[in-house]
Design a protein around this ligand. Structure first.
Ligand code: GLA
Length: 344
């Protein structure tokens, strides 16, 4: 049994394809270089002793009795609990968690944490890494069943499958993950925090998900992937608008992949703007602070800017051409490698 293991899970940026993952749709995220590191050291006591270094908070629990908890503790307990449910004998450990990705800013600090925890615990417990899609599903169950956020698989797949200089075209119906070159040349992608922290469990996220399920049911299709714009005309509001967002967003992902193949950044910017308008007007997940952040990016000269992630706060993503000065507080993001065990 190894004595220690360190794993890194990156956060993610979603270029386009928002609120499509739990609707069997399409998205185009990439892993970023900011993320969460988990250092695990074996202890023989049959307990997990965890330290969230950035918060200077601790947790301690018995491996034979893992119960749910709030905040970051919920993720640690959930990761251990789900590994155990998968039949893995998790070894007792001291865990130290630290991160460079801001929490609640829409960059998926949660997935980064789940993924880093699971990889570090597997390595310390001397268990070969399972298939990464299965790991993504396991990490997403941590969020669904232990933290109470009915999120999809977008963040976990992006964190686990990330590649340098590439985005990932994910088809959530077939779970096919296809890398797409993201060569930005003189252009830059930046994220700007709206200053409004969001949590998926507490926001309208679960409500949106339920609305989509209801829209699909009323149209008589298994998921919104099988729905057409024409079908949405017979739905009442707000279901009709919610479904329209998802259907048109899938199309924008296809168009974005085509634009990247042609290196047509102007078209990519137009698609980011169109995605934002749809998320604001049809999906109703924007807020005044998010609108302000989008306006600051556009005023600075962004080719496109949009709300990113679950919504109701968090960060805005903007595409800037060469020579444009990013608004103050904006941080450049680039596609980086996926999660890995960095030392054992
Ligand atoms: C959050 C969720 C993802 C996805 C996005 C919206 O990031 O965790 O599963 O639904 O929101 O695209």
């Amino acid at each position: 049994m190894p004595n220690q293991a360190t794993a890194f899970g990156p956060g993610r940026v979603n270029l386009i394809g928002e609120h499509t993952d739990y609707n069997a749709g399409l998205a185009l995220p990439f892993a970023i270089s900011e993320g969460v590191t988990v250092r695990a050291a074996a202890n023989r006591g049959g307990r997990i002793e965890a330290l969230a270094a950035d918060l200077d908070e601790r947790d301690s629990f018995d491996l034979a009795e893992v119960e749910a908890s709030d905040g970051w503790r919920g993720f640690v307990r959930g990761a251990v609990g789900e590994l155990q449910r998968a039949g893995i004998a998790v070894a007792g450990a001291e865990l130290e968690l630290s991160g460079t990705v801001p929490r609640g800013a829409g960059l998926s600090s949660s997935a980064a944490l789940e993924v880093a925890l699971v990889l570090a615990l597997l390595s310390l417990s001397d268990v070969a890494e399972p298939d990464r899609l299965d790991l993504a599903k396991l990490c997403s169950r941590v969020e669904n069943d232990w933290v109470g956020a009915q999120t999809g698989l977008l963040d976990q797949i992006a964190s686990l499958f990330g590649e340098r200089d590439r985005a990932l075209r994910i088809d959530f119906r077939s779970l096919e993950v296809e890398p797409v070159d993201l060569e930005l040349g003189d252009f830059t992608l930046v994220v700007l925090d709206s200053g409004e922290e969001h949590t998926h469990a507490g926001s309208g996220y679960n409500e949106r998900r339920a609305e989509c399920a209801q829209a699909a049911e009323e149209m008589g299709v298994p998921t919104l992937r099988e729905a057409t714009l024409e079908m949405t005309e017979r739905l009442p509001e707000p279901l009709s608008s919610r479904a329209r967002h998802v259907i048109t967003e899938n199309e924008r992902v296809r168009e974005a992949v085509a634009a990247l193949e042609r290196r047509d950044m102007v078209e990519l910017g137009r698609l980011l703007d169109a995605s934002h308008a749809s998320l604001r007007d049809c999906y109703a997940i924007s807020t005044p602070s998010v609108e302000k952040a989008v306006a600051r990016c556009k005023d600075a000269g962004a080719l496109g800017a949009r709300i990113m992630g679950g919504g109701f706060g968090g960060s805005v993503l903007a595409l800037l051409p060469a020579g444009v000065v990013a608004p103050s507080g904006a941080v450049e993001v680039r596609p980086g490698p996926g999660a890995q065990v960095v030392a054992s």
